[in-house]
Design a protein around this ligand. Structure first.
Ligand SMILES: *[C@@H]1O[C@H](CO)[C@@H](O)[C@H](O)[C@H]1NC(C)=O
Ligand SMILES: *[C@@H]1O[C@H](CO)[C@@H](O)[C@H](O)[C@H]1NC(C)=O
Ligand SMILES: *[C@@H]1O[C@H](CO)[C@@H](O)[C@H](O)[C@H]1NC(C)=O
Ligand SMILES: *[C@@H]1O[C@H](CO)[C@@H](O)[C@H](O)[C@H]1NC(C)=O
Ligand SMILES: [Zn+2]
Length: 500
């Protein structure tokens, strides 16, 4: 082996490594990762057609008065024109048959990023459950008509970014059936936490892929999908590890019960249900499903999603839609506004530079991490009201901070200013007795300046040493290249076998 070559490589590696910690501080938090595993589309085993027996045979007349896919598209585009200053219409992908999956964003700054929570509503996940797509268009129009008139409409437009996907499954709607054009149940097509299903991306349906990449682009705080065939607000987990029907609580069980109750209490009569106490249910307790969208949102999307069954009959006569809208209107609105009115919200900044940090925010005793956005450092953490919580913000390269908060019936605002972690810069003078709280700027600032000064001197020394070594390496290089090529010719056979 070539000695000078080895020395050069080690020198470069060392030089790069010693520069590394300084850069690492600027890096963001964890990214979403997907498990890879064997694919098994054992649909018969995983799909349940729970309500099929209840439904009468399909009569085409029942679709009269419902918007066709083309009418829905037209209605979305007309909405975009009529309410142009508070909306932005975009598509997140296409169905199997090439129908665009249109989304309406409603906000006073549509299409822009703001330090505000985002909420999404998804309708028509199952093709034969079309009430949601109709009600979502009514919701969008209600917000447009009542903005600047109604305080709830103002709150939603001004303090939330609401994204509405009226139909996730336009092909299933056109075919009047549950599955999409490939007859796959889209609410069983997501990667699962317990079983290795749907783990191969190329095997997923385009509608599922569109939702998954939408969640990677947008930082949703919470969401709900709309279904039919029952009257209940369903929350995670949807699956249980042993496939048994039992209450299977996720870490945020209290927050999810709160969200589901917000919906059921504001509904005409969901909370009066005889089948479901309070009109809410844990998914696995009702019947476990695997590959569902709800659990995937919570685990991989950082988004608190619930599943709403909003009408006992999947496809009621169109003349009942106005009544169903009235029954669900307040629920749909208060669920969105609960985002702003509950939990803990704030921003995380660097005490050194003042820039926002994409920090991790956790609550003691709840095994779940919410990540602040990288642009504004804003985080939005739903928590059940009336409780005491210890909120902890952390970021690699910074000192972790925590604060105890009391949440009453209103949400709490809490900003964090994180100071650089000095234990990774041992040359800095150890400081003592500066217990910085969230808002104080004591001695810490002066120390930070000193630290930066040392860091800069350090940097210059490194660069100087680096350049000298580079020069030496180049000097040796000419000789080594000659030697190396000779070796190469000689041992080409042996070399190849040594490489595995
Ligand atoms: C898929 O599941 C079925 C039924 O559970 C089983 O018989 C089959 O061997 C599985 N296939 C693979 C590739 O794991
Ligand atoms: C939207 O337009 C209405 C009517 O022109 C106006 O009153 C309102 O301030 C506008 N809203 C925004 C967010 O621009
Ligand atoms: C809710 O009201 C509707 C219509 O008024 C009725 O058909 C339904 O049975 C009621 N459900 C419950 C749980 O009370
Ligand atoms: C926390 O949740 C993760 C999965 O998100 C899990 O791997 C880990 O074991 C959990 N930790 C505890 C203490 O329950
Ligand atoms: Zn459904």
């Amino acid at each position: 082996m070539d000695l000078t070559g080895a020395i050069c490589v080690s020198v470069f590696a060392l030089a790069l490594l010693s520069l590394f910690p300084i850069n690492a501080v600027a890096r963001g938090g964890d990214r979403i990762s997907f498990h890879s595993g064997a694919m098994n589309h054992s649909n018969g085993f995983l799909t349940r057609h729970l309500f099929e027996a209840k439904e009468p045979p399909f009569r085409e007349e029942i679709t009269w008065g419902y918007m066709s896919n083309f009418e829905l598209e037209k209605s979305i585009k007309e909405f975009g024109k009529r309410c142009a200053n508070i909306s932005y219409v975009y598509s997140i992908g296409e169905s199997v048959q090439g129908f665009p999956l249109w989304v309406i964003e409603i906000s006073d700054k549509p299409g822009q990023k703001e330090p505000e929570p985002s909420f999404k509503y998804i309708g028509n996940v199952h093709g034969d459950e079309p009430v949601g797509r109709e009600l979502l268009m009514r919701l969008a129009n209600w917000l447009c008509d009542n903005y600047m008139k109604d305080p709830l409409a103002n709150l939603i437009v001004e303090k939330v970014h609401l994204h509405i996907l009226p139909s996730m499954n336009p092909d299933g709607f056109a075919l009047r059936r549950r599955g999409n054009a490939n007859n796959v149940d889209l609410n069983r097509d997501f990667p699962d936490q317990f079983f290795p299903i749907n783990d191969v991306e190329s095997m997923r349906q385009p509608e599922t892929i569109a939702i998954m990449s939408w969640l990677k682009k947008k930082h949703f705080t919470a969401s709900a999908s709309l279904h039919g065939g029952a009257l209940v607000a369903n929350y995670p987990w949807d699956g249980s590890q042993d496939k048994r029907n039992k209450y299977y609580a996720c870490p945020d069980d209290a927050a999810f019960q709160f969200m589901a109750t917000v919906y059921s209490r504001s509904h005409h009569n969901m909370s009066l249900s005889k089948e479901f106490p309070g009109g809410i249910t844990n998914g696995a307790f009702w019947y476990p499903i695997y590959g569902g969208m709800q659990d995937w949102n919570y685990i991989h999307g950082g988004c608190f999603e619930i599943t709403l069954e909003i009408s006992d009959i999947k496809w009621p006569k169109a003349k009942e839609l106005d009544v169903l809208w009235e029954h669900n209107r307040m629920s749909m609105l208060t669920l969105i506004s609960s985002l702003v009115k509950a939990g803990v919200h704030g921003r995380v900044f660097s005490g050194e530079t003042g820039f926002p940090l994409p920090a991790s925010v956790i609550v003691e005793g709840i095994n779940y991490t919410v990540t602040a956005s990288s642009i504004y450092g804003d985080y939005h953490r739903i928590l059940a009201p009336r409780g005491s919580y210890k909120v902890i913000a952390s970021m690699p390269g910074y000192q972790t901070k925590s604060t105890q908060i009391q949440i009453g019936d209103e949400g709490v605002n809490l900003d964090f200013i994180l100071n650089p972690d000095e234990s990774i810069n041992k040359e800095a003078k150890p400081k003592k007795g500066c217990e910085c709280n969230c808002n104080c700027n004591c001695e810490g600032i002066g120390n930070t300046k000193l630290l930066q000064f040392f860091k800069r001197i350090h940097m210059e020394l490194y660069i100087f040493a680096f350049l000298i070594l580079l020069f030496l390496c180049l000097l040796f290089k000419r000789k080594s290249i000659l030697k190396f090529s000779r070796h190469n010719r000689q041992y080409i056979g042996a070399k190849r076998s040594a490489v595995v």
